[in-house]
Design a protein around this ligand. Structure first.
Ligand code: IMP
Ligand code: MG
Length: 181
């Protein structure tokens, strides 16, 4: 077994309760503004916990979208994005003419979401919207915007609730700011 990551380096930004409350509201907002035959495409790996909770909140209000995933990568193991997005899994679902909602954990430079959006547009999606759990204001480098946003956060590196630092901390039930020094 590898050494456990140091939890003392993480300070809570949003508690599990705060996240649950916000995700339930987002599920309603999305359901009220989407067609019944929505196709969700969630970006791995950071959005897996958010997506799972969002889907169950949607279920509880009678909204049942289809779901698929694409793995995209830009960070490597550091806390600065490399700026180059690569697709690390195949995507075979036919989305021609479909309304698609892309889900990601964080909108930062926007490169990841723009890459996903262009890929899905090329494959014939008729309508593409974006939902993110968090947005770091002032960091956008490309022309993309989120239609649904959970939280606006300060410019710090956050982990937990699916988000990682070199694959650590994904299982934290809360979102925390990590001291990367
Ligand atoms: P963008 O392409 O610069 O918008 O970066 C978005 C991607 O970088 C997200 O999908 C996240 O996986 C990752 N990311 C950005 N900020 C953080 C952070 O604070 N913690 C963990 N991952 C992050
Ligand atoms: Mg990610």
């Amino acid at each position: 077994m590898t050494l456990a990551p140091d939890m003392n380096k993480v300070s809570v930004l949003f508690s599990a309760e705060e996240i649950k409350e916000r995700v339930a509201l987002l599920a309603k907002e999305i359901a009220n503004n989407s067609s019944d035959d929505l196709m969700i495409v969630a970006l791995l790996r950071g959005s897996f916990v958010f997506t799972a909770d969002l889907l169950r909140e949607m279920y509880s209000i009678g909204f049942f979208p289809q779901v698929d995933f694409i793995a995209l990568s830009s960070y490597g193991t550091g806390t600065e994005s490399s700026g180059k997005v690569i697709q690390t899994s195949e995507f075979k679902t036919d989305i021609k003419g479909r309304s698609v909602l892309i889900i990601d954990d964080i909108l930062e430079s926007g490169r990841t979401l723009l890459f996903a959006k262009e890929m899905l547009k090329e494959r014939g999606a008729s309508d593409i919207k974006i939902a993110v759990l968090m947005e770091k204001p002032g960091k956008l480098k490309v022309d993309v915007k989120a239609d649904f946003i959970g939280f606006k956060i300060p410019d710090s590196f956050v982990v937990g609730y699916g988000l990682d630092w070199a694959n650590n901390f994904r299982g934290l039930p809360y979102i925390g700011i990590v001291d990367t020094n």
